[in-house]
Design a protein around this ligand. Structure first.
Ligand SMILES: C=C(O[C@@H]1C=C(C(=O)O)C=C[C@H]1O)C(=O)O
Length: 463
């Protein structure tokens, strides 16, 4: 195996050899150079500046990006259509040079806030409403194979590019070989700095949702809350990412950062995975806690499986996913009954829905059709969005939005942004929600959000 300095020299050598093969004088578009890595880290290093990371421990997949080679932002009801238009142009103008024949290529990050409309309440994001982002450096790892993908906007000069990309390699390659950060031995004390809404206002919010349901205007809605935590030292992002990966190996661990604020999640829920003409969607709704005692834990799971309220809540998500897919796919397959997804702090009813896509359906179209599902918004969709916009006292920002990876062919995988926090120095804002249907109890739903918040809260104690 190559030592870190040898890896750096090797990659710089490959860069110097290959740079002359790139069409740097083209008047527009992007050029990417794919360089094979002899060793792939489980996690991408956290560096200063704009970056994103998606790490999934169980499937050994890592996608990360640093710097901005190109980006497009959009807002409003046609935000995904706008970004699709940009991506279609990009697709025809993106040159990829895979000198090491890795079969890997550059990719973009697509992400968007819960609502396409501009914020009306306090606590707005630093992230734009919707963003398509091609990083200057991408790190791609799957099992033992990995690559660094360097990307530039065209036209550009050979010498300037050699310097820029060389400097990126100097920053990233040594950082990639750093040992995994060690978490503190004992959990750090975090102070609770208040909820939005507090419990009394939450009860009123749930009662108001139940009244909408009783009057037939809504069938389901998902109300959410924010918990502010304070630490006595700035959170360590690299430690947090490592801890989330360890605690939630089946979840997608996400980090998004443009400026000062880091958005971090460990989400169990995929909005969609598109592979060739196949699409997979997670329907996850219906939740109970975990119990330390295995017998009690199994009883809880059984009660969830048998609960008609939770099955109804779950069924609404399946019906909406089915309806969304009927516009772009056929052979929609839904399991006859949901299985139980067990996470450290909660267990959910889960159905994996699959379908065969019509030709020319891309990830933007799928996101537009599927998001938001009743798992995070409600049913009917438009009525639930409108009701939440006026009734929910917090700005969700990217919580319950989605983010993931888009390939140059415009396929990809997007994750619903749940079990997440916005971090700024020593402050963390955590978000969680609960689905309300007829029969929901406000205090049980509050407890459910506590269980969901516990995911990020536990991890933050080791950051
Ligand atoms: C809204 C959240 O989770 C969603 C709501 C669920 C429910 O109400 O049972 C379960 C999983 C998620 O789809 C959250 O984690 O904040």
């Amino acid at each position: 195996m190559l030592a870190p300095t040898e890896t750096l020299e090797h990659l710089k050598g490959r860069l110097a050899e290959a740079i002359g093969l790139l069409p740097l004088r083209r008047p527009n578009g992007l050029a990417s150079l794919v360089l094979e890595l002899p060793r792939v880290p489980a996690l991408a290093p956290v560096l200063p500046g704009p970056q994103f990371q998606f790490a999934h421990r169980d499937s050994n997949r890592l996608h990360a990006g640093y710097g901005v080679a190109a980006e497009w932002q959009a807002e409003g009801p046609s935000r995904l259509a706008t970004l699709r238009g940009e991506a279609q142009i990009l697709r025809s103008e993106w040159y990829q040079l895979d000198v090491d024949e890795t079969g890997l290529q550059g990719f973009a990050m697509l992400g968007f806030a819960a609502s396409p409309l501009s914020p009306t309440k306090q606590g707005a994001e630093e992230l734009p409403n919707a963003l398509l982002w091609v990083p200057e450096v991408a790190l791609h790892g799957h099992r033992n194979q990995g690559a660094l993908v360097l990307t530039t906007a065209l036209p550009t000069s050979r010498d300037g590019l050699l310097n820029r990309w060389g400097a990126w390699l100097d920053r990233i390659v040594p950082a990639m070989t750093n040992p995994q950060p060690t978490p503190p031995r004992a959990p750090i004390a975090l102070k609770r700095r208040g909820n939005q809404p507090e419990i009394a206002a939450w009860e009123q919010l749930v009662e108001a949702a139940l009244a909408e349901i009783a009057e037939g205007r809504l069938e389901k809605t998902v109300v959410s809350r924010r918990l502010r935590l304070a630490a006595d030292h700035p959170f360590q992002l690299d430690r947090l990412m490592a801890t989330l990966g360890e605690l939630f190996p089946s979840c997608q661990v996400v980090h998004l950062r443009r400026e000062e604020t880091s958005f971090v999640a460990a989400t169990p829920e995929r909005l969609l995975t598109q592979r060739g003409d196949e699409v997979e969607v997670d329907a996850i709704a219906g939740t109970v806690a975990r119990a330390a005692d295995p017998e009690r834990d199994a009883e809880l799971a059984e009660a969830l499986r048998a609960s008609s309220k939770d099955r109804h809540e779950h069924g609404l998500v399946i019906a909406a996913v089915r309806e969304a897919l009927s516009h772009c796919a056929e052979q929609i397959r839904v399991p006859t009954s949901p299985t139980i997804m067990q996470l450290r702090n909660a267990q959910h009813l889960w159905s994996r829905v699959r379908a065969k896509l019509h030709p020319d359906v891309d990830v933007f179209r799928l996101a537009e059709l599927l998001h938001p599902t009743p798992a995070t918004n409600g049913e009917p969709r438009a009525a639930a969005s409108a009701w939440l916009r006026h009734a929910e006292p917090l700005e969700r920002g990217w919580y319950t939005g989605a983010a993931g990876i888009v390939t140059p062919e415009l396929t990809g995988e997007l994750w619903v942004l749940l079990r997440c926090a916005r971090l700024q120095e020593k402050t963390a804002d955590l978000y969680a929600g609960a689905g309300i249907v007829a029969g929901s109890d406000p205090l049980c739903e509050w407890q459910e959000t506590e269980d969901k918040l516990a995911a990020m809260l536990t991890a933050l104690q080791f950051a």
